[in-house]
Design a protein. Sequence first.
Length: 428
Amino acid sequence: MGVLWSSLWGKPEPPPPMVLVPPLFDYPPIAARTRMSVPAYEVMFGKLPLRSLFEDYFDHAGSMTSRFMLKPLEDPHVDLVANVSAAAGANSGTEVKGDALFRWQKDLYDPHTFVELLASTSDPMLKLRSCGYYPEYHVGTFWTLPLLMGNRVSSEDYGVLGVRYGSENLSIGASFVPVPASGEVPYGAWLVAKKGSLTAGAQYKPLSGNQHPMPYTDPKNWNYAISYAVGTTSPLSPSFICSLELARNKQLIASFYQHLVVQRRVKNPFEDDQVVGITNYIDLGLELAGGIDKDKPTESANNNLFQLAASWQANKNFMLKGKLGPSKSSVALAFKSWWRPSFTLSVTAVNDHTKGTTSYGFGIRVEDLRKASYEKADANYVMLTPNKQHLAPAVMFQYGERPMFQADVDSGNFDHLPAEMRPIGKIL
């Protein structure tokens, strides 16, 4: 009735106020594409988001790195990722290294079944890797086969085969080598179980060159971890992960990860009547590690580790990251273009506390893999963490019976979002 009345008087009803929801810079992360070809233990307990937080866009000091990620229009099931880095060598020359990864993926939105061919110049080799997962049986297989390698020194250089079972609450698997040495059957194994917010797991991974007559009984070949996590796997929902790991080198590692989704008000002169806010992503990470082997205090002291990192994505174009450690601290600024194929420029400043020097690294990434762009949020994906500052806007902007600045993050309705912003499949 209101729309009809407004149209009769020549004044159309203004659109409801909206909040912009930018896609994450890299979601899903590149490492998530191959998570089914590695033990679940190595990607659980916050390891994957912490790795992205501490490593992505922190270019090495004194180097220039570039990455090209392309997907042909003729066949969207394949893509190519090439990395090239140039750094000053020891003989005052420039050392150039690179690798190229060709990938075929069976399903556009399911990265669990794929074939990859990797060629590298830094460590001359040609490697074939594949993974197949059958969701109806929760069973998967994976294998890695080095086709060309200059020097095969260990049994894994001849290939690794693996089987796994994965569901929402359990992952178990083992890997084997085709030409095993003594004590390498199996080459590795893991068990990870989840109950509610708690996740616990163990991994058997023999040390290189281990000559123990019963490697299964050697505590140095085992890792244990437990974590507490809340939140979903969607980038539009806040999450928190706290984990504790006892590594095989007798290191105790405690890590914390927090993903925050906050809203801030904006005044867009081009969409003044429609866009009233924007979503920001803030990530915080902390990692503490220390040796607990009293018999080797010197070696344990060298394994002590402390690092703290934070990132702030202001919109779909800018992200600021910082990392602090005992000997070095780094700051990185990344800019991502808004057209396709998109490119990302990053600059990193590294301060060496021991030497009192500052060096810089540069990076460029060109990609045409993701299609995510700004989305106009509905009431399900706005104000995820309301506070007193947003009480006034919540009363001011109404859409029907529901305030625009009130969220229902448990609705689970992600169908209207692009695939890059939906939760990763529910496989442990």
